[in-house]
Design a protein around this ligand. Structure first.
Ligand code: G6P
Ligand code: MN
Length: 445
């Protein structure tokens, strides 16, 4: 089984490889091909992987290439985890928006639109190549903004592209834990778009335990989302939102905190990661230790401004070890070995949410087997949530249209229609600002 990782020089690749190393079963991945545009980053990550594999019998063989077509040819699975424009691009996404007084964030609001506009054309090119060179491969998309990028790729790959995110999984795990349940035995009623979904129920042995959580302020305030959103707001909603909804429900505070931060998240990571790639390639470096220290710092500081404005304190130790690689591995196993399982994934809506058309990619629990991922029926969203989902999907559609046509006017429309952009004039200035700093937006005319 051959797995190709696009963005193979990326920092989170060792998480994926670590997960592969735990898989001893028949039909596992035996060959990993790393693809990246940057040969230096590829060799840095390959060093970490080599240390991870040391002493592990039959560890998947790793090769690296900067040739995309070569990497894709013969792949059974393709993981796409690329970052168009790098972390410098992410920092610019944040900076330009914050200068206009609106949210600059990797996936939400103006920053997410700018990132989407840069990424969609590249993702579409990849999808076309996969369709040509590895037509039977399954593509697992981690590339953000994950819902939008998955939808762009699905236009070329249909249901053979599946988007993943670790945040709904983490949310479900936390809720199950505070309720004293085994997360594996809980059925989580969650739906929305990527980074824009709500848990409306959590059934254990057929019984919905969420009302018990909502009724108990002590329990409700004891985990990440309770601290971030506050007990009263969660009880008003009657649901537990994805942590990214903090940017909507507490937008003013989040924007102010980001503006006042010494460094935005993107700028912090740009500098942190530059130090990592330098240190890890130094002669005599213990690559795995360097990587692990950097990872721990990255995890500990995740969403720190949001937590600060909410007075949420430090992250729980249990929340620090992601889970993104586990979702990826579980998905791949279910498909490759027909091991039927349920996972929250980004797939085409079909008729799950009646307010959206069938092609719209949504985030929803899916039954997964050798035939792919099939969304399960969920309860409808309340009006306020449907409103947000439809508004943001409409923005995503404008981004897709702008990427296809190269129309600057359509790009302005995408920004202007976003619920977190408060004036058409701001949208115009955002397009102005972003096209000045991003060479990847030169196609907008
Ligand atoms: C979560 C989200 C990802 C996002 C990441 C950002 O894992 O689900 O979509 O890319 O956080 O973390 P970072 O350390 O890059 O700020
Ligand atoms: Mn995500």
């Amino acid at each position: 089984m051959k797995l190709t990782i696009l963005g193979g020089g990326g920092f989170r690749v060792p998480l994926v490889y670590g997960a592969l190393l735990t898989d001893r079963a028949e039909g596992r991945v035996t060959e990993v091909v790393l693809h990246d545009l940057d040969a230096g980053r590829l060799s840095a990550v390959a060093r970490v992987l080599a240390e991870q594999a040391a002493g592990v019998p039959d560890a998947p063989a790793v090769t690296a290439t900067t040739d995309l077509d070569e990497a894709l040819t013969g792949a059974d699975f393709v993981f796409s985890a690329i970052r168009v424009g790098g972390l410098e691009g992410r920092a610019n996404d944040e900076r330009v928006a914050l200068a206009q007084g609106v949210l600059g964030q990797e996936t939400v609001g103006a920053g997410g639109i700018a990132y989407g506009l840069r990424t969609v054309p590249v993702a579409v090119d990849i999808a076309r190549r996969v369709a040509r060179l590895a037509p039977d491969a399954w593509v697992i998309n981690f590339t953000n903004p994950a819902g939008l990028v998955t939808e762009a790729m699905a236009r070329h790959l249909g249901d053979r592209v599946i988007g993943i995110c670790d945040s709904p999984v983490g949310l479900g795990r936390r809720i199950a834990r505070v309720l004293g349940a085994n997360p594996k035995e809980a059925w989580i009623d969650y739906v929305g778009l990527n980074h824009l979904g709500w848990v409306r129920g959590l059934r254990i042995a057929g019984r919905d335990e969420l009302p018990r959580l909502l009724a108990d302020p002590g329990l409700l305030g004891s985990f990440e989302e309770g601290k971030l959103f506050g007990v009263d707001w969660l009880r008003s909603l009657g649901a537990i939102p994805n942590e990214y909804l903090h940017y909507y429900y507490f937008n003013r505070e989040a924007v102010r905190a980001y503006q006042q931060a010494e460094k935005t998240r993107g700028a912090f990571l740009r500098d942190q990661q530059a130090r990592f790639y330098e240190a890890v390639t130094a002669p005599g470096a213990r690559a795995l230790d360097v990587w692990d220290r950097t990872r721990a710092e990255r995890e500990a500081t995740y969403m720190s401004e949001n937590r600060e404005t909410a007075g949420a304190g430090e992250r729980d130790a249990d929340d620090l070890s992601g889970g993104y690689e586990k979702v990826a591995l579980a998905l791949m196993r279910a498909i490759a070995r027909d091991e039927r399982t349920t996972l929250i994934l980004n797939v085409r809506n079909r008729d799950t949410l009646s307010a959206l058309d069938g092609e719209a990619v949504i985030e929803v629990p899916c039954l997964v087997d050798a035939n792919g991922a099939h969304p399960v029926a969920v309860a409808p969203l309340p009006g306020h949530a449907t409103g947000l989902v439809c508004a943001v999907k409409a923005v995503e559609r404008e981004v897709l249209a702008a990427a296809e046509s190269g129309s600057r006017t359509t790009a302005v429309k995408a920004f202007a229609l976003h619920p977190l952009v408060d004036s058409v004039n701001v949208a115009r200035r955002l397009v102005e600002g972003y096209t000045q700093v991003h060479p990847g937006l030169a196609y907008l005319k």
